[in-house]
Design a protein around this ligand. Structure first.
Ligand SMILES: Nc1ncnc2c1ncn2[C@@H]1O[C@H](COP(=O)(O)OP(=O)(O)OP(=O)(O)O)[C@@H](O)[C@H]1O
Ligand SMILES: [Mg+2]
Length: 288
């Protein structure tokens, strides 16, 4: 098993980008309450996609739908070029192994140590001797910047930031290609959140990960995300760079990206002259 699966043949979009995940016309409802209505979204190989939207808009519902934890009413979802609906059970397991998840709630099992938590997916999907699983768990613990002695601690003995890191280590347990992070920096102080963002960017660079990150954190969106997608009115309202967000005239997007909070983060010239170099930069302001 290799950490970098860059040889997977994937479908490309019209700009030649490899599509790692595509949701097409996805509708999800609870009884008569429609949460997602014909939603469309692509995620491309190697990017960190920031997914935002008002509380209750359906960000976690989309994540759970993509992971088949919630049923969808209609639409198609392809992950890493595969459609779960057409796969056999062993093929589904193979695909599941290539996905890592950090859930918004219940990041870790409280009755298991950090090491045991990281080994949960290993036990589920692999048949490895305990010694090897211990070694692998320690490797992941180091990878996310935790000290080795965190391995035998229980979640209640860890700080919020350490719990997030341990949960990330568990998400990386099987060397996934695509990682889903639901609010990974919520509850962390700004320094802890920045460090966590940097860790994610570093792991993306070294492991060749594609990252789907649900976040409310404007700092994360501007500093670490390559692209942003906004969920609103039961679909993806707008996707693209910070400039695209600034140019969008939807009221929620305007107040989110051009409001007081944003003004303290986005460079002023971006807010003033957002049309000047539209599309020339990624969401985090890097030259393309
Ligand atoms: N299992 C469920 N059964 C019924 N309704 C649900 C279920 N899960 C979510 N919902 C509803 O779907 C809507 C979207 O919820 P979701 O958790 O996806 O919001 P969110 O965008 O993740 O919000 P937040 O930013 O607060 O995490 C909410 O109205 C929620 O009450
Ligand atoms: Mg949520």
């Amino acid at each position: 098993m290799s950490a970098l699966h860059s040889d997977i043949p994937l479908q490309k979009d019209e700009q030649g980008r490899d599509i790692v995940l595509s949701a097409q016309d996805v509708t999800v409802a609870f009884g008569s309450k429609v949460v997602l209505d014909k939603l469309n979204l692509n995620i491309y190989r190697g990017e960190i996609l920031g997914f935002v939207g008002a509380s209750g808009a359906g960000k976690s519902v989309l994540l759970r739908t993509v992971l088949r934890l919630l049923p969808r009413r209609s639409g198609k979802i392809e992950i890493l070029g595969e459609d779960y609906d057409t796969l056999s059970e062993p093929e589904r397991n193979q695909l599941d192994m290539r996905l890592g998840v950090l859930f918004q709630q219940g990041a870790l099992f409280s009755s298991l140590t950090v090491k045991e938590n990281i080994q949960v997916p290993m036990r589920e999907y692999l048949d490895l001797p305990q010694e090897m699983m211990d070694e692998l768990a320690l490797m992941k613990i180091r990878m996310v910047g935790l000290a080795a002695d965190a391995a035998d601690k229980y979640p209640s003995e860890l700080s919020g930031g350490m719990i997030k890191r341990a949960a990330l280590a568990r998400a990386l347990a099987l060397d996934p290609d695509l990682v889903f992070l639901d609010e990974p920096t919520s509850g962390l102080d700004p320094i802890g959140a920045t460090e966590f963002d940097e860790l994610i960017a570093r792991l993306r660079d070294t492991l060749g990960l594609t990252v789907y990150m649900v976040t409310h954190d404007l700092d994360s969106l501007f500093s670490v995300c390559d692209r942003i997608a906004v969920l609103g009115q039961k679909r993806v309202l707008v996707e693209g760079t910070v400039e695209d967000m600034l140019a969008c005239d939807d009221p929620w997007v305007q107040s989110y990206f051009r409001g007081k909070r944003a003004r303290s983060i986005v460079p002023r010239e971006d807010i003033r002259g957002h049309n000047d170099d539209k599309g020339a930069r990624s969401a985090n302001g890097r030259e393309k």
